[in-house]
Design a protein around this ligand. Structure first.
Ligand code: IMP
Ligand code: MG
Length: 176
């Protein structure tokens, strides 16, 4: 069963708030938004429509479990950026910060490419689940532990098209 958590209106308001904070901080500078696929595609498309700065977009996809030999926390890039980020203002756009392991690794990889600045914008933050020290620079909504879907976010590739964000009740997950 899906239990509604955030309505479409609450998400819209949150995205507009994040966009206005980003606009304030960057004046008229160009920003390269890096969407972490797949979960962040809807969030990023709404976010950039609210930001007036000149902007570019790019996409990156990583897998946390490249193969059985890799320990948790090591990521494999399965789709890399096409843009050279050297000297650019880069904004990583992520759907959810959970343990923080994914973003910590992505941040390390991108910092080696010498961006002018590198910030994180996350729609949702499960702060209590953090395993490594990492913070979003622009964070929308803090949530408790629990598995959420909708607004681009999936459970086994399902539910990405829901306009609102819901919690997946444990009984649904157990049936899989
Ligand atoms: P982390 O490396 O543990 O921070 O994991 C972050 C990633 O796990 C997010 O980008 C999501 O793709 C995924 N994730 C974490 N929590 C959820 C959830 O509740 N629903 C769907 N995906 C999630
Ligand atoms: Mg993700």
């Amino acid at each position: 069963m899906l239990k509604p958590l955030f309505t479409k209106e609450e998400i819209d308001k949150t995205v507009r708030g994040l966009a206005s904070s980003i606009e304030k901080d960057y004046d008229d500078e160009e920003i390269l938004f890096v969407c972490i696929l797949k979960g962040s595609f809807m969030f990023m498309s709404d976010l950039i429509r609210c930001i007036k700065n000149p902007s570019k977009i790019d996409f990156m996809r990583v897998s946390s479990y490249g193969n059985a030999m890799q320990s948790k926390g090591e990521i494999t890039i399965t789709k890399d950026l096409e843009e050279d980020i050297n000297g650019k203002n880069v904004m990583i756009v992520e759907d959810i910060i959970d343990s923080g392991l994914t973003l910590k690794s992505i941040k390390e990889i991108l910092l080696e490419r010498n961006p002018k600045s590198l910030k994180i914008c996350a729609l949702l933050d499960k702060r209590s689940r953090r395993e490594v020290e990492i913070e979003g620079d622009y964070v929308g909504l803090t949530i408790e532990d629990g598995f959420v879907v909708g607004y681009g976010i999936d459970y086994a590739e399902q539910y990405r098209g829901l306009p609102e964000i819901c919690v997946v009740e444990k009984s649904v997950r157990d049936k899989k």
